[in-house]
Design a protein around this ligand. Structure first.
Ligand code: HEM
Length: 222
């Protein structure tokens, strides 16, 4: 337990929780891409998820929430620790290979947290105004209509597009950082890891941003 309070312990916790969230994000993107089949695709997918026993759904949600909170708390602690070490020990800021993404992980992380809260209020709790909450021809909840009603608004599309840019930046550095923490990077593997991280971040960005944009521009219709 003492180990978790050391700098490397915190980094490992960040890597493990971050890795879990990247996996969730990829699964979520894969599930959401059923929207490109049309209303029947995403509605059937959501119905399938909701047909799982409620205790299992709640357990998964609780675990995800715990992972998210631990990632945020440790992220804040690590940032404070790194900043005080930098100001105390070095006259010149050590910013070897620093990028905009790596320097702003705390801010992109906190912005993503705000987005997730908004996203949960909107599509999980369904309490934001202007949503179409109906059932489809088969009597199942019409997730497509709900998502489409949100993305008919320029403001909503703007929020999602901006959030996906922030997610791209966070993953761009986060995935590389994950491999560094678990010790898989060396001079030989570093360029490959950098490419994999950038590619995954780009696929996630393009995959998610395609949904609001294709609905807003009428490419995807109910
Ligand atoms: C265009 C992009 C996105 C769309 C259209 C979308 C759509 C949805 C929908 C429809 C739900 C409700 C599922 C249901 O209860 O049936 C949901 C839940 C959720 N989404 Fe997204 N999502 C998007 C992006 C994201 C991103 C980028 C993240 C985080 C990285 C995220 C995290 C979540 C989480 C944590 C839930 C709650 C899962 C649960 O209910 O247990 N989503 N999303």
């Amino acid at each position: 337990m003492e180990f978790l309070n050391t700098s490397i312990g915190r980094k490992i916790v960040m890597a493990v929780t971050g890795g879990c969230m990247v996996l969730f994000t990829l699964v979520h993107l894969l599930g959401n891409s059923s929207i490109f089949v049309g209303p029947s695709g995403i509605n059937a997918y959501a119905e399938h998820l909701h047909s799982l026993p409620l205790p299992i759904i709640m357990l998964v949600r609780l675990v995800l929430l715990a992972i998210l909170l631990v990632h945020i708390i440790y992220g804040i602690q690590l940032t404070i620790e790194n900043r005080s070490a930098t100001t105390k020990n070095y006259a010149i800021k050590a910013s070897r290979k620093a990028t905009f993404a790596s320097e702003n992980m705390i801010w992109t992380g906190l912005l993503l947290f705000a987005f997730i809260l908004f996203h949960l209020l909107q599509f999980t709790l369904r309490v934001t105004p202007g949503l179409t909450l109906t059932t489809d021809a088969t009597g199942h909840f019409n997730v497509f209509a709900m998502v489409a009603s949100s993305f008919s608004s320029f403001a909503s599309v703007g929020i999602y597009a901006a959030a996906m840019v922030v997610l791209f930046l966070h993953l761009f550095h986060g995935i590389q950082s994950f491999f560094q923490t678990i010790g898989w990077n060396n001079d030989c593997t570093q360029p490959i890891i950098t490419r994999i991280g950038s590619l995954v971040a780009l696929v996630v960005f393009l995959g998610f941003v395609a949904i609001p944009l294709s609905i807003f521009f009428g490419i995807l219709k109910g």
